[in-house]
Design a protein around this ligand. Sequence first.
Ligand SMILES: [Zn+2]
Ligand SMILES: [Zn+2]
Length: 161
Amino acid sequence: MVQFDKDGRLIIPITKRGKDKDKDKNAKYVIKKAYCPNGCNIIDVNHPINGFPGLRIKYKRPGVEGELVLSAIEGDFDKIILSGSLEEGVKDELYCPHCGEMFKKLVSCNCKEDADMVIIGLTPHLDFNNAITFCNVTGCHNGSYVKSGDILRHIRLKEGF
Ligand SMILES: [Zn+2]
Ligand SMILES: [Zn+2]
């Protein structure tokens, strides 16, 4: 069964893992809409990953630049590298592939000294309460598809603010 939540995100109930009594805990979000800070739509229908159009992003680090497509499925770190190459444990700056605007950063990630949690809005006008966030270091799986406001609270609690 396929359903959309109130933000227009597609919910796929995951039934593989045993106890399915609590539907919410077994559902994964799929991003259907994602935008750069200037409002460009970055969903790439030409590059589906695991059955869903991915999020197209331009990346740069000293000496390397390219484009990649991220999976739109929560917790799925599959990606398609369209050009350039990624290096495990190395940070990239992330930009809109259409207008070149850099994606905003929310907070630091604790995996590396200079790592950032990049934020991508699910609405054309960036709303921190309706966004996804993930670390810009290749191989770091910190991030979440839940609302960023929740993430901020979570991180503050963890760091004892
Ligand atoms: Zn843009
Ligand atoms: Zn990280």
